[in-house]
Design a protein around this ligand. Structure first.
Ligand code: BT5
Length: 298
């Protein structure tokens, strides 16, 4: 999410690694090394699989500018570097393996090689539309899942897409600033295509498209559908239609605990605003606008 206190931090963070160097908080740590090996522990990462090639992607996604990296640190960093280098609106970086895939607040995004869509889309939005990038990503993923006839997909505020209550995807928009001027943004999307979570800490909380479908799905077909949906909606950034399409897919109405910058709050997740804030009805009856945080069902 892009809100003023965070924007300031984001500016500082992005300014600190113009050459693609990771800021200290994102340097590989023991936890990160562990992250990369949680799938190795169940023998999945021992076979290096590649779903894509540069040729197959260039052909399937023409005329879009596309860069394929068999393995990288984080596709968001590659897209940010390409953005700084003049990548056009809609350019996309796709990888089959990330060694430092990240979620919000430097959390780890886990995906064994060749089993997930891992991509970052370069966008050049109006600064006023930054708060809608999370919506755009989550909505596009929901539509992707729905396009395969898989029901029970919803969005857990702010950026998780779930199927039957299990996370299938997470989106991570990041902005790049040049002083006070927005240079652009990247929209990172991790989507579990055929990740086998058995025996991992995510066995009961995550799922993959392959698990939800009777037949195998093509990675290229999934990617093409996802990008078509992103394109459809990015042309409507700032419009009420985007907000409404996102809003109807959100899991609302339940009792939740929200862990945010100012500690934890409990209440009912009542609604969301067009800027992407969560409206939480507190026990006192007051309505609190929450700009960023993690939601837990209670
Ligand atoms: C997210 O963060 O959900 C955003 C994830 C964005 C990943 C993409 S991949 C392409 C691009 N390049 C990057 O480096 N990142 C983006 P957050 O809401 O903070 O959720 C992170 C949490 O989700 C972790 O702490 C785990 O609990 C859980 N998690 C990690 N990997 C998962 C997976 N594959 N499936 C389901 N849950 C996962």
């Amino acid at each position: 999410m892009f809100h003023s206190p965070q924007l300031k931090r984001k500016r500082a963070r992005l300014a600190s690694h113009p050459s693609g160097e990771f800021p200290t908080s994102l340097q590989p740590t023991a936890a990160r090394r562990y992250a990369h090996s949680i799938f190795r522990a169940v023998g999945i990462a021992s076979t290096i699989l590649r779903m894509f090639t540069q040729e197959s992607l260039t052909q399937a996604l023409a005329p879009r500018a596309v860069r394929y990296l068999p393995r990288t640190g984080s596709s968001n960093d590659d897209a940010l570097a390409w953005l700084a280098d003049g990548a056009p609106d809609g350019a996309v970086v796709i990888t089959d393996e990330q060694t430092r895939g990240r979620g919000r607040l430097g959390r780890i995004w886990h995906a064994p090689p060749g089993s997930a869509l891992l991509l970052s889309i370069v966008l050049r939005p109006h600064p006023a539309h930054l708060p809608q990038l999370t919506m755009l990503g989550a909505l596009a993923v929901c539509e992707l899942v729905e396009s395969y006839g898989v029901g029970n997909a919803d969005i857990k505020w702010p950026n998780d897409v779930r199927v039957n209550g299990r996370k299938i995807s997470g989106v991570l928009p990041e902005a790049a600033w040049n002083g006070d001027r927005l240079s652009g943004a990247v929209l990172g999307i991790g989507f579990n295509l055929k990740v086998d979570f058995n025996g991992t800490p995510f066995e009961h909380t995550a799922t993959s498209l392959s698990r939800q479908m009777a037949s195998e799905v093509s990675a290229l077909d999934t990617l093409t559908r996802l990008l078509a949906s992103v394109d459809r909606w990015r042309a409507r950034l700032g419009q009420a239609a985007l907000y409404q399409a996102w809003r109807v897919r959100l899991a609302l109405g339940g009792r939740v605990q929200v862990a945010g910058h100012d500690g934890a709050l409990q209440g009912v997740a009542e609604d969301v605003t067009a800027e992407g804030a969560l409206l939480l009805r507190l026990e006192s009856g007051a309505l609190r606008r929450v700009l960023a945080g993690d939601v837990f069902e209670v």
